[in-house]
Ligand binder design. Sequence first.
Ligand code: ZN
Length: 314
Amino acid sequence: MKPVTAGIHHITAFATDPQGIVDFYAGALGLRMVKKTINFDAPEVYHLYFGDEKGSPGTIMTFFPHPHSSKGRIGGGQVGITTLSVPPGALGFWEERLARFGVETRRSERLGETFLQFADREGMGLEIVEREEGPLNEWGFAGIPAEQAVKGFGGAVLFSLDSASTRRTLVDTLGLTPDVEADGYARFRGTGELGNVIDVPLANQPSGRGGAGTVHHIAWRAKDFGEHEAWRQAAAAAGFQPTPVVDRQYFNAVYFRENGGILFEIATDPPGFAVDEPADELGGKLMLPSWFEPYRAQIEDGLLPVEVRQLKED
Ligand code: ZN
């Protein structure tokens, strides 16, 4: 049977400043740093994961921060805007909170919803929207009440070099359901409660350039390993060139580039972030997969220290 995704599993971006990323996503946005590890393909670079208190699929924003990353340009072939979801009535809270940290925001309307749009310190495009769906995030960092806290992804805005083709892939290969089309956007829905609303501009977007402040890839949820294999086959049958299954320790991954230039990943919900450290200690220590453990001292030496900390307000 053709697999259908619940929605976004995680979104991964490039950045330059590890502590700056921790300060923005944990310190200002109040997400939990659920994993501190390394880029398994480039062990001299951190891979930092942020999410809700459990690190649930659909809440996971991840970064490869490296001081020598060159600056990217947001554009076609990328996730242009990453959408975060907050409970109804919380937009004003975030407008004020972000202003206190010197983050400029603007309100924007799209498809009948109001989005609070801003950029992180590296220039990455973000927005916050109020949605009913999805469990509250009980992490409570810096006294942010669950009624205001970021729940996870609302979804994403995909900037495609070939919008028509990307929209077909979302439906035919990922199993998303077409929703409204208006204001120059087409909207698609997954079956999950978070990361389930995907907007695509109808017009092709001018090409972006990968680098700090841009998204590297978007990962879609497969509910188990069996479905993951079915997905690899579905992607191949659709004419894409999926990679072999890659063990990412916290999920299995398959990657393929869709025709609009965006790197897609299919990621399994299991085993999740509590596979190598207790759920109540997530993100506390640098975790390495077994094959890198013999090189721990050398790896730790090459990384700048990072800590989750309360921020001073401007
Ligand atoms: Zn990924």
